[in-house]
Ligand binder design. Structure first.
Ligand code: KOT
Length: 841
């Protein structure tokens, strides 16, 4: 018979159901309740950390109400869903964002105050969830926020790393040191362990066929369990609360009792350690691939578990498998999850017993692929022997065989279209010949996907004309599109710059939840640029944000920052293509120029404070040397009584999402100065401009589209353009011109560094030689133009009133760069999913 549902009295279930705590009184009650029952503490022994934990648990209870309603609603309505597969989700802190999105910030502020704490202080207790390296991971986090805010049925899938991006320390000599980031040490209130949601994932081993059945048994190798942890993603101004499912690896069977009983204790726990190792740490490399076995294990473990979970959810709908692409769209964040393509083929052919062609049609209608870089060294390739060794061979070498089969069919089609073009076949093949052979993941991702997109107009064009050129000729251009990146204005304006948010709401005369969800409304600010009082308020907020940053530097580093100077900021991963070197050499040039001036002349200059922050990949020697140079230049110039009022320099250690939230609102000018054509998009450029900071940059990535929106007169552009880059590199190789001739100013700077002005010059030779020799990133070509751009910035800054107008105009025109626009673009143009708002009950 049919089971009675709910069990017990429906009335009692309903009456006892939890609702949002919306008044201050029930909020304080729930916080105190968590202090006593969840933390087992009391009023007399609770500190800021405890108060944070209790408040977080109470907010989590509220999130859960919405999360449950949302998941139930999605299940009942059964809309098509999208899944965002990303190895990185750089979330930062959660409490403040949850309060904003639940609309409970002021109530919690009051409630916390009644209990004797300040909300600002307890927010500071939270550790960042730093499960990402930089732009790619932060983009994934912004997209989750926007998907919930736009009521889109989207889940994220990633890994629950025990250790996030390393903590950066700076040694007395100025070297970067790395320490682990044990972010889960004081329990994470934002995740729900789903210890019952598990999947088996197998590595290594081999298969034997059972008789004539075609089925196979698997033996040997390693069996690992994927356990789900769910992270709630609240939307702004909506009940919709999406899910981020992170997998943790565990040994399948605890440990091996046989070895244990035989007295081999170490052997008994060894395999259990190796299972746990899979999700133990985020790889800290950005824009490089290392071919490490553990990284490949992470990728397979995560894609296999995610696909199994997605398939199980689809099967609950009771639809035929042929309708899979009508209910499921999967976005691959770069090539890292590309093994999902052969894995889905394996499931469809081996387990669902579909014919190859039918399975391939499903696969190529399900997946979508975003490329985030055209730098050749960042394109993933895996050695065939490594794949062969690692993947479970249920039927001998199943995944590789599938990859080979995909490749064969594809190359036959290419041959048909371009008969006899062997070079083309070699370039387009998934397998790169060589010793060893390698699997080109971007080729596989392109072939197995519905659409490929870049992340800004210029970048998407470069994808079409460089790395995917052959594929455009084969498939036609419509498969290759653009979705310019975006950022969430909730975190990157309202949370990080609450005063500016309040001023904007007041000036526009609308509630913030309205313009935060339709960012083009910011254009309304343009009508107020001539209002002196408004401009003064605007400038005063920038000033207070500078003071907040100065206070942060004072309390963390013990250094006093001149808040009357212009704040000039470059914060991002350290990489040669991002050209922090250009910036630091420019600082040295400015220092030398100031030194050569009389005291009277110096007084007429524009005082400047330069901030750097960013991590270098632990094995990236040149990037680490750049940090060392910055730190040592800072030491010298901050101490020089002749110049220190006019120029100072800070390297802020351990850059993070939370540090960005303090730095960005305080910037007058920020630098995005990559060699043209190398920065796919950049997203911090958008964050600075949204907060009224002006942009100094090259004609690259999203800088171009920002300038299109705010007008070229409001940005400072310099440097060679993308089409010139290839030529210049050619000249460097075949017609080298000494730096002395190209830029005497730069030559002088390099010589001063060599000569030891900032300590042992010899240390920096390898870095200086990258510039003197091949200069792949065109420092010598762009230096003079960079210096003139800096001078233009100074000149513009001296006209304070005009500067503030530029600042307002910049913020006003940033509507395009909301991640809400970007996520709706993916939803409509790619995934074909619909907004599915949860009715407010
Ligand atoms: C890292 C490793 C391999 C391939 C690509 C990457 C990568 C690219 N990591 N971060 N990116 C950045 O992605 C951002 C979001 O799209 C862009 O704004 C930025 O320009 C990329 O450098």
């Amino acid at each position: 018979g049919k089971e009675k549902w709910p069990r017990g009295e429906e009335k009692i279930w309903k009456e006892c159901s939890r609702h949002l705590d919306e008044d201050v009184q029930s909020i304080t009650k729930s916080v105190v309740n968590h202090v006593q029952t969840s933390l087992a503490r009391q009023a007399y022994n609770i500190d800021d950390l405890g108060a944070y934990q209790a408040a977080a648990l109470s907010v989590r209870d509220n999130l859960l109400v919405n999360w449950n309603d949302t998941q139930l609603h999605y299940t009942r309505k059964a809309p098509k869903r999208a899944y965002y597969l990303s190895l990185e989700f750089l979330m930062g802190r959660t409490l403040d964002n949850a309060l904003l999105n639940l609309g409970l910030k002021s109530q919690y502020k009051d409630g916390i105050k009644e209990l004797g704490f300040s909300l600002e202080d307890i927010l500071e207790q939270e550790r960042d969830a730093a499960l990402g390296n930089g732009g790619l991971g932060r983009l994934a986090a912004c997209y989750l926020d926007s998907s919930a805010s736009q009521d889109l049925p989207l889940w994220g899938y990633g890994l629950r790393y025990k250790y996030g991006i390393f903590q950066q320390l700076i040694s007395p000599e100025g070297n970067q040191l790395e320490a682990p980031d044990p972010w889960l040490d004081n329990q994470n209130p934002w995740e729900l362990p789903r210890l019952d949601v598990t999947y088996d994932v197998r590595f290594y081993g081999h298969a034997e066929r059972i008789g004539e059945t075609g089925r196979a048994t698997w033996s040997g190798g390693q069996e690992v369990l994927a356990v789900a942890y769910d992270v709630m993603i609240p939307g702004c101004g909506t009940k919709n609360t999406n899910n981020l499912r992170l997998w943790e690896s565990k040994p399948k069977r605890g440990f091996d009792l046989n070895s244990f009983n035989a007295g081999n204790y170490e052997g008994a726990v060894e395999s259990s350690n190796s299972a746990a190792a899979i999700t133990s740490v985020l790889y800290p490399n950005d824009h490089t691939t290392f071919g490490k076995e553990l990284r490949l294990k992470q990728q397979y473990f995560w894609t296999a578990a995610s696909l199994a979970d997605i398939l199980r959810r689809f099967k609950n709908l009771g639809k035929p498998i042929s309708e899979f692409p009508d209910f499921v769209a999967i976005q691959l964040n770069d090539t890292h999850p590309t093994l999902a393509i052969p894995e889905l083929m394996r499931i469809l052919v081996d387990e669902e017993e579909l014919r190859w062609d039918k399975a391939w049609e499903i696969v190529t209608n399900t997946f979508f692929f975003t490329n985030h870089t055209v730098l050749p060294e960042a394109l993933e390739k895996w050695p065939v022997p490594l794949l062969e060794h690692l993947l479970p061979r249920r039927v001998p070498e199943r995944h590789l065989q599938i990859i080979y089969d995909i490749n064969m069919q594809f190359l036959q089609a290419v041959e048909k279209k371009f008969p006899g073009d062997r070079d083309r076949l070699a370039r387009m093949s998934i397998i790169e010949e060589g010793v060893p052979k390698q699997v080109r993941m971007a080729n596989l991702a392109c072939i197995g996907d519905r659409k490929v997109n870049g992340v800004a107009e210029l970048h998407s064009e470069l994808v079409r004309t460089t790395i995917m050129k052959d594929f455009v000729e084969f498939y036609g251009v419509s498969k290759f599109a653009n979705v310019t990146n975006g950022i969430t204005p909730r975190r990157w304006l309202d949370q990080c710059n609450p005063e500016l948010s309040t001023l904007i709401s007041k000036t526009l005369g609308i509630d913030k939840t309205v313009w935060l969800k339709d960012l083009t409304k910011l254009e309304g600010l343009l009508a107020h640029t001539e209002d002196k009082k408004f401009r003064d308020e605007w400038a005063a907020i920038k000033q207070r944000n500078k003071e907040r940053l100065a206070h942060h530097v004072q309390t963390t580093l013990g250094l006093t920052v001149n808040t009357h100077a212009m704040f000039d900021v470059q914060i991002k991963r350290l990489h040669e293509y991002k050209r922090q070197t250009l910036n630091i050499l420019g600082v040295i040039h400015r220092y030398l120029t100031l030194k050569a001036m009389t005291p009277e002349e110096r007084k007429k200059t524009n005082p400047r404070v330069v901030f750097f922050a960013g991590k270098a990949a632990p094995a990236y020697y040149i990037a680490k040397l750049t940090i060392r140079l910055i730190v040592n230049v800072a030491r010298v110039i901050n101490d020089d009584p002749d110049t220190k009022n006019y120029l100072s320099l800070y390297f802020l250690p351990d850059y993070s999402v939370s540090l960005a939230e303090v730095l960005i609102p305080a910037s007058d000018i920020s630098q995005h100065i990559s060699t043209a054509g190398t920065e796919a998009s950049g997203t911090s450029n958008m964050k600075f401009c949204l907060n009224g900071g002006l942009l100094l940059g090259t004609v690259d990535g999203a800088n171009i589209e920002i300038a299109e929106e705010v007008g070229e007169s409001n940005v400072f552009f310099f440097g060679h353009l993308t089409p010139a880059v290839e030529d210049l590199r050619y000249q460097h190789l075949y017609h080298p011109v000494p730096v002395e001739e190209k830029s005497p100013a730069l030559a002088n700077v390099l010589n001063q560094v060599s000569a030891g002005l900032f300590g042992d010059g010899g240390v920096y030779e390898p870095l200086l030689n990258t510039i003197r020799q091949s200069d792949y990133y065109l420092i010598t070509d762009d230096f003079d133009s960079y210096i003139s751009a800096l001078n233009m910035v100074d000149e513009a800054y001296l006209d304070k009133d005009e500067w503030v107008k530029k600042s307002i105009r910049t913020t006003a025109k940033m509507g395009k760069f909301s991640s809400d626009r970007a996520i709706m673009d993916y939803a409509q143009e790619y995934w074909n999913i619909e907004q599915t708002p949860v009715p407010s009950s």
